[in-house]
Structure formats: structure tokens, C-alpha cells
Design a protein around this ligand. Structure first.
Ligand code: CP
Length: 317
């Protein structure tokens, strides 16, 4: 297995099966620190730099919380408008990264341009973690989701997945790549104008992922062990910031997971994931049902980032 020390985490296309399990093993080992709300001194000599060119609640703060839990330091920006990348100068990724690499030991980057973290990795002498790039990928989110499945179901192989939402989303791409390493058939349900691209489907076929597409969650939910939902009413991820307009559309029933649907059609032991933020695709009354696992997912989001930071910074081999 390749070492994680000094490695960029840009895409799950790069991940081998045993590497997933190595990350999960470290996450499980570190989990008690977060569960007991303790901080250790494992990374006390290391600094995380957050470079967020797009809004985020979870991804940035989970990385920063993870760094604090491991005793490390945090610096960076949550809004490029406060930097020279977001004003008159429009400073390039290269020029920005050639500065940031001296301000810390690892950079987590979110950007509205697909491939921006890859561009950063070309110039940086320290690891870059992709915190979401345009419609590209969101590897740390899907690692979190897979870890949640492992913790909640005790296994990953042999489970049937249902993914609902906008199939152009970065999470869907990382999910597709990740599942190629497991025995997990998946059905994708998304609006016709938000379907998987032809190129991505070709790629998944080449990797032998068993996948199908359906039009309505009602047709397929009964087979699912894991239901992963993302919004279909959402911003344009290729914009640096997309404010909500006056008119907000409602999610069509085809892409909505309601309490009634779960209780009448879903397996009683299926689990429901949503990386959040949500619109109306999962109404709040689903939160207290036995299917919901998104709050566990939120906790695991910190644990997963602890594992990744520990690995890429060489604190764990
Ligand atoms: N799930 C997720 O990426 O959330 P944020 O946009 O808040 O980081």
C-alpha cells in the first residue's frame, strides 16, 4: 500500500481498496478522542491552512475541528474576498499557493473551478486536501459517508445503494469512484437535466461498477440498504457564491424521501445519509426516524478529517 504521508487527497479515483480500509482503521482508532470531546497533542507542531473560495459550514469547520482535536494549529480564509485572490488583483492559484505553503503544513481547499485543488497540488510542497471543486469531486465527504456505513452496518461490501439528487454533484462523482472498490450495486435517481454524464457513465463501466438509473425513488427504495440523498434544488457549484433568489423551487416527489415513503417502502434496517445542507428533499420529521444517520455522519465528518490529517502529516503510518 502507498504511504499517505505527504500525499494529496484530491480524488477517490486514486484510492485503492486497502487504502479505504486503512483510513477507516485510523478513524476508528481516533474516534474516542472526538467522542470524549478531548484534544490530544499528536499534531501540536503542525498547522492546517484553510483556503475556501466557496462557502462551507461542514467541510471547513470539520477539518479545523479535527486539527484542534489533534492539538494542531489552524489559519487561512473562509472567503476569498478578504484576500488578494478575490479583489482587484485576482491573484492566481499558483501565486496564492506559493505563499500558503509557508504558512502551514497541509492545505484544505474548496474552489468553484473543477481541478483547482489539482492545480494547487502542482505548485505546493505540502499536501493538498480537496474540500470540493466545482462539479468535480468531494473525496473527504464520501470517505465520511463510507465510514458511517461501516460503523452503522458493520460492513460495506454486499450492501445495495440508492443515490438521489443532482448527479452532476461532486459527491456523486466521488461516490461512483469509491464504490468501484467495493461490492456495492447502486441505483442513481436524478432529474433528466441533472443526470450522470455520458463520459462519467463510461468511466464507471470501465471500472465494472454495477449501476442503474431510475426515474422515481418509489420504484427502487425497497431494495436499498443505504440511501444517500443530495438536493436537486441547489446553487450552481461553479460559481464562487450563489445567493438564493426570490423564488425557491420545491423538490419533486421523485427525489424526495419522506417519512411515509420510508415507513411504507424502505427496508426497516436501511440507513439514510445526507451530507447537508438540505432544502426540502428530506423533511425535518424524518430526523427522528430510525433510518436517519445524518447527525452521526456529521460527527464522523470530524473523525474522518482527524484520520486524514494524521495520515497525510505522517503522525500515523
Ligand atoms: N457537505 C458539505 O460539503 O457541506 P458544506 O458545504 O457546509 O461544507
Amino acid at each position: 500500500m502507498r504511504s499517505f504521508a505527504g500525499r494529496d487527497i484530491l480524488s477517490l479515483k486514486d484510492f485503492e481498496r486497502e487504502e479505504f480500509f486503512r483510513v477507516f482503521e485510523i478513524a476508528e482508532k481516533l474516534e474516542p478522542i472526538a467522542r470524549n470531546r478531548r484534544n490530544t497533542d499528536t499534531l501540536k507542531e503542525k498547522t492546517l491552512v484553510s483556503a475556501f473560495y466557496q462557502p462551507s459550514t461542514r467541510t471547513r469547520l470539520a477539518h479545523e475541528a479535527a486539527m484542534h482535536r489533534l492539538g494542531g494549529h489552524v489559519t487561512g480564509f473562509a472567503d476569498p474576498k478578504m484576500t488578494r485572490a478575490g479583489d482587484f488583483y485576482q491573484e492566481s492559484i499558483k501565486d496564492t499557493i506559493k505563499m500558503l505553503e509557508y504558512y502551514g503544513d497541509v492545505i484544505v481547499m474548496r474552489h468553484f473551478q473543477q481541478g483547482a485543488p489539482h492545480e494547487a497540488a502542482k505548485w505546493a510542497s505540502i499536501p493538498i486536501i480537496n474540500g470540493g471543486d466545482g462539479w468535480g469531486e468531494h473525496p473527504t465527504q464520501i470517505l465520511t459517508d463510507l465510514y458511517t456505513v461501516l460503523r452503522e452496518k458493520g460492513r460495506i461490501d454486499g450492501l445495495t445503494w440508492l443515490a438521489v439528487g443532482d448527479m452532476r454533484m461532486r459527491t456523486m462523482h466521488s461516490l461512483g469512484y469509491a464504490l468501484t472498490q467495493f461490492d456495492c450495486p447502486i441505483t442513481f435517481v436524478g432529474p433528466p437535466n441533472m443526470t450522470l454524464t455520458k463520459e462519467f457513465k463510461e468511466e464507471l463501466k470501465q471500472y465494472n461498477l454495477r449501476f442503474s438509473e431510475a426515474e422515481h425513488v418509489e420504484q427502487v427504495i425497497s431494495k436499498a440498504d443505504v440511501i444517500l440523498v443530495e438536493p436537486v434544488v441547489q446553487p450552481d457549484y461553479t460559481k464562487s457564491r450563489d445567493e438564493r433568489g426570490a423564488q425557491v423551487n420545491l423538490t419533486p416527489a421523485n427525489y424526495k424521501i419522506t417519512r411515509e415513503l420510508l415507513s411504507t417502502k424502505a427496508k426497516s434496517d436501511a440507513i439514510l445519509l445526507h451530507s447537508l445542507p438540505r432544502m426540502d428533499e428530506i423533511p425535518p420529521d424524518v430526523d427522528i426516524t430510525r433510518w436517519s444517520r445524518y447527525w452521526q455522519e456529521a460527527f464522523n465528518g470530524v473523525v474522518m478529517r482527524m484520520a486524514l490529517l494524521s495520515l497525510v502529516l505522517g503522525a500515523t503510518e
